[in-house]
Design a protein around this ligand. Structure first.
Ligand SMILES: Cc1ncc(COP(=O)(O)O)c(C=O)c1O
Length: 384
C-alpha cells in the first residue's frame, strides 16, 4: 500500500534520541526543546517559539493569551480539522463558522467582510475598541485562519480586515510549515501562529507543536502556562492555573533532526505537487485546489475534487493507494450544528462531498507517484 502521509526519518533522529536516553534528559527540561523551538521560529521568521505537546494545545494557549474568554466569539473557517474548533471550545468561547472560498478552500474573505460589516458593531471599553456580534451581544475577540492543506488565502486582505475590526489573528498554521504568502511565512501574520508536528505532517516529532510570536512577553507567558505556571525553579509555587503542555526533550530531539532535513523534504513535496498537477490535469472530472500566485505552498496533502469521489476512494484503497475523504464541515458535526454559520452557497458541503486526498508523504518517490497517477487513470477508464 502506498501510504497517505507518513514521516520520513532518515537523518539524525536516532542519534539525537539516543543522546537523550544516554544522558537521561528525556523529559521537558532539555536542550533539544530549546533548540527545536528556536529552529522553527527562525525558519518561520518569528522572534520566539514555544514548543508544546501538539498543535491543538498550542491553539488553546494562543487563545488564552489573546484574552479569549467564555464570553467571546472566535471566527473560524467551516472547513478545518476538528482540533481548531475543539481548541476554541476549551476556552469556553463560541465559534462562528465562516464558509470557505470555492477556489482556494480557505476562509471566504468576502463573506467575512460582509458579516463583520452587517452583523457586528464596535464599542470602546476602557480605552480599547472591540467588535461585538449584534445578535448574541458577545465580543468577537479573535480569528483563526486555517491554512487548509498548506495553501494560503489572501493574508494581506485578511490582515487589513482584522485591523479594521480589532481582531487578534491566531493562525492555525498546523499544516503549513514552509508555506509563504508573498515573502512572509505562514504563522507570522498575527499575534500567534501554531505549527503541528503530528505524524502525518510534513515533518513530525510523533506528536508536537510550536507556538510562534514576535512578542517577547507573550512568548514568556506561553512557556509559563505550558509548564504548570510554576514561578520558581526551586519552590512549588504557581501563580495561576497552568497546563502540562510542554514538549518533551526526546520528541524535540526528533524535531531537531527533522528540521535539518526539512528543506529537502519540502522540495520533494513541491516536485510531487507539480507532478500530480501535470499528470492529472484533464483526467476525468478532476478539479484542483487553486493556489494564489502570491502563495508558495508547502503542498502538504494533495487533494482534488471529483464527482466520483466515493467510487475513486474505494478503488484506490482496494488497489494499494491509500486515500482519504476530506473533513466533514464543522457545521455538520453534531456538537457544532447550532453554531452561527456564515455562508451563501454552502461551498464547504460541496468540497466535502467531492474531495479526496492521495498519497503525499514527504519522502514519496517518483515511482510511487507514477503508480498513484496510473491507478487514478485506470479508474477513470473503468468509468467509460
Ligand atoms: C488544521 C489543523 N488544526 C489543528 C491540528 C492539530 O494539531 P495536532 O494534531 O498537533 O494537535 C491539525 C492536525 O492535526 C490540523 O490539521
Amino acid at each position: 500500500m502506498i501510504p497517505l502521509s507518513i514521516p520520513q526519518l532518515e537523518g539524525n533522529e536516532w542519534k539525537y534520541v539516543k543522546d537523550c536516553i544516554d544522558t537521561g534528559w528525556i523529559s521537558s527540561a532539555g536542550s533539544y526543546v530549546n533548540q527545536f523551538e528556536q529552529m522553527v521560529a527562525e525558519y518561520a521568521g518569528a522572534k520566539y517559539g514555544v514548543a508544546c505537546m501538539n498543535g491543538t494545545v498550542g491553539l488553546h494557549i494562543a487563545q488564552i493569551l489573546s484574552g479569549v474568554t467564555q464570553d467571546d466569539h472566535v471566527l473560524v473557517p467551516n472547513i478545518t480539522f476538528i482540533a481548531t474548533l475543539n481548541a476554541v471550545k476549551y476556552t469556553g468561547a463560541t465559534p462562528i463558522l465562516i464558509d470557505v472560498d470555492a477556489n482556494n478552500w480557505q476562509m471566504d474573505l468576502d463573506l467575512l467582510e460582509d458579516f463583520l460589516s452587517n452583523s457586528t458593531s464596535s464599542k470602546s471599553i476602557e480605552g480599547a475598541t472591540f467588535t461585538f456580534h449584534n445578535t448574541t451581544g458577545k465580543r468577537i475577540k479573535a480569528i483563526m485562519p486555517v491554512h487548509v492543506l498548506g495553501n494560503m488565502g489572501d493574508m494581506a486582505r485578511l490582515s487589513e480586515i482584522c485591523e479594521k475590526y480589532h481582531l487578534d489573528i491566531i493562525e492555525d498554521s498546523t499544516e503549513a510549515l514552509g508555506s509563504i504568502f508573498k515573502d512572509k511565512h505562514s504563522g507570522t501574520f498575527g499575534k500567534f501562529g501554531v505549527f503541528s508536528f503530528n505524524g502525518n505532517k510534513i515533518i513530525s516529532t510523533g506528536g508536537g507543536g510550536v507556538i510562534v510570536t514576535d512578542d517577547k512577553e507573550l512568548a514568556e507567558k506561553a512557556k509559563h502556562l505550558t509548564t504548570q505556571a510554576k514561578v520558581s525553579a526551586m519552590d512549588y509555587i504557581h501563580d495561576e492555573i497552568g497546563y502540562n503542555y510542554r514538549l518533551v526533550n526526546v520528541l524535540a530531539a526528533i524535531g531537531v533532526a527533522q528540521m535539518e532535513t526539512f528543506p529537502n523534504l519540502l522540495e520533494n513535496k513541491r516536485k510531487m505537487d507539480a507532478f500530480y498537477r501535470k499528470e492529472l490535469e484533464g483526467v476525468g472530472d478532476i478539479i484542483f485546489q487553486v493556489v494564489d500566485e502570491r502563495v508558495n505552498p508547502n503542498c502538504w496533502l494533495f487533494t482534488f475534487k471529483t464527482s466520483k469521489m466515493r467510487e475513486l476512494l474505494a478503488y484506490l484503497n482496494e488497489n494499494g493507494v491509500q486515500s482519504r475523504p476530506f473533513w466533514m464541515p464543522m457545521n455538520q458535526l453534531e456538537m457544532f450544528k447550532k453554531e452561527i454559520y456564515v455562508s451563501s452557497e454552502d461551498v464547504s458541503s460541496n468540497i466535502y462531498n467531492t474531495s479526496i486526498s492521495i498519497p503525499s508523504s514527504a519522502g514519496i518517490t517518483l515511482e510511487q507517484q507514477k503508480t498513484v497517477v496510473s491507478t487514478i487513470k485506470e479508474f477513470y477508464k473503468t468509468q467509460g
